[in-house]
Design a protein. Structure first.
Length: 452
């Protein structure tokens, strides 16, 4: 493929995970093409997933999260990078972008276009106004603002709106600052998508840490003091707060594509095929602005995760001039570290699997991460979703001590390869007292199912 695109313009909108990886691969595959990257913010190629660790001060310098500066991306990858440049329109007929920079409007032609414009954090409080003590965590600027507020103002009470994994990561990051933490969420339990037993455990941990957790239907009112929120009313009662952090998921930045006539899904993500191509043959999409495909269902699946964004960007570039590779399908694997425990999941929940597959069941059990006689031995809890007749594994949630997180990778592969619990147990897994027990959870699972 090298040399394809000679004399043509490859233009990328967006410079985070998908856009930066697309630009880097385009430079390798098509060295004779002219490659341009437009980013509306000041940063490109940065690690957003590490932001909670910057807030907690485990990572002390924000610059450490920037993998490549705009100048480095330009000099090392031979990409013409334009930061602080917002695209205002896509002219599909004439294959031109319209944008404004330094108050000047101009047009820019393209031959191949990759839209990697990412996503924006959802907010419930925007309708009440703009407040200096309300934050979301989506980019480097957000992370810097949250940490600065914690350090400078030392809030005594922090309200978290939402209960997903970002909420838990933020709690883990700010608990060292010592505020009273209150969480409000629309679901009965935190951490949606994980096994119910794990979610109950999180709720119990909240109680042990003195974290208040309330279920609410909607925000009824807010109390204001100058430019800050001082309280939020839910369930006919007021919750006082010095700081609010909204963790309500994201929405694709797809309005530009939609206005240009590019087809969007119901959730407003850009509709693509397995080659990351839109309904315009020379326009592709990658990252949070679009969707991937679920490995078990084959259907479009929105996964705004950095690793998938990187894969999407690479796949889109590979298919610019001919169809070379399909985007890898996803199982929605994710995880976090919270309260000295690892929490990870992959595949379908029992409820999700029951919609698609027959004879679905689940089993929950515990093992240890090393032999019982070893110091610092810890429990690992397993929740496995499977088909009864074939014992094929369809989903998993693991939580507990050191080693739970990496075991989910083995289960991810087992699901993708359609392995049964019996086949999974046939592996001669590492046994070393420092790292793992004689019988790991993969063996225990098969023995439990043999008795069922």
């Amino acid at each position: 493929m090298t040399g394809r695109g000679r004399g043509l313009r490859i233009v990328i909108i967006g410079g985070s995970a998908a856009g930066a990886s697309a630009g880097a691969r385009a430079a390798r595959l098509y060295p004779k093409a002219d490659i341009f990257l437009f980013e509306k913010g000041p940063y490109v190629s940065y690690g957003a997933c590490e932001l909670p660790f910057f807030i907690s001060d485990d990572i002390q310098n924000l610059d450490q999260l920037q993998l490549l500066t705009p100048n480095e991306l330009a000099s090392q990858k031979n990409i013409d990078v334009h930061i602080n440049t917002e695209i205002e329109g896509i002219d599909r007929l004439n294959q031109r972008l319209n944008f404004k920079k330094f108050s000047r409007k101009t047009g820019f032609p393209y031959d191949k276009l990759i839209i990697a414009s990412g996503s924006s954090a959802n907010s419930l409080l925007n309708e009440f106004g703009q407040f200096t003590n309300v934050f979301q965590l989506k980019n480097l600027q957000n992370g810097a603002a949250i940490k600065s507020f914690l350090v400078e103002y030392k809030p005594k009470s922090v309200l978290i709106i939402g209960g997903g994994y970002i909420a838990l990561e933020i709690i883990e990051a700010i608990i060292k600052y010592g505020p009273q933490i209150n969480v409000i969420n629309i679901e009965e339990l935190p951490l949606p998508g994980f096994a119910t037993e794990a979610r109950h455990t999180i709720r119990e941990i909240f109680n042990s840490l003195g974290i208040s957790y309330q279920v609410y239907a909607h925000i009824e009112d807010v109390a204001k003091d100058s430019e800050r929120i001082t309280g939020i009313r839910v369930n006919n009662q007021w919750i006082n707060c010095d700081m609010v952090i909204e963790t309500l998921g994201v929405q694709p930045n797809s309005s530009l594509a939609g206005q240009a006539g590019i087809i969007l899904d119901r959730n407003k993500s850009i509709t693509v095929n397995e080659w990351m191509q839109t309904n315009s043959s020379n326009i592709f999409a990658a990252g949070d602005v679009t969707h991937g495909f679920h490995h078990l269902t084959g259907k479009p699946y929105y996964t705004p995760f950095a690793q998938m964004a990187n894969m999407m960007g690479r796949t889109a570039v590979s298919n610019l001039f001919r169809k070379n590779e399909k985007v890898p399908k996803t199982l929605g694997t994710t995880g976090l570290f919270f309260n000295k425990r690892e929490w990870v999941k992959t595949g379908l929940t029992e409820e999700e699997a029951g919609i698609i597959f027959s004879n679905v069941s689940s089993v929950t059990f515990s093992t240890t991460n090393k032999p019982d006689i070893m110091p610092e031995v810890e429990k690992i809890f397993w929740h496995i979703v499977y088909q009864k007749h074939s014992r094929r594994i369809l989903g998993a949630t693991l939580w507990g001590g050191n080693g739970a997180a990496l075991r989910i990778n083995t289960l991810n592969l087992a699901i993708k390869l359609k392995l049964s619990a019996t086949e999974l147990a046939a592996g001669d897994y590492l046994y070393s007292p420092k790292f793992s027990p004689m019988l790991d959870g993969f063996h225990v699972l098969a023995r439990i199912l043999d008795k069922s």
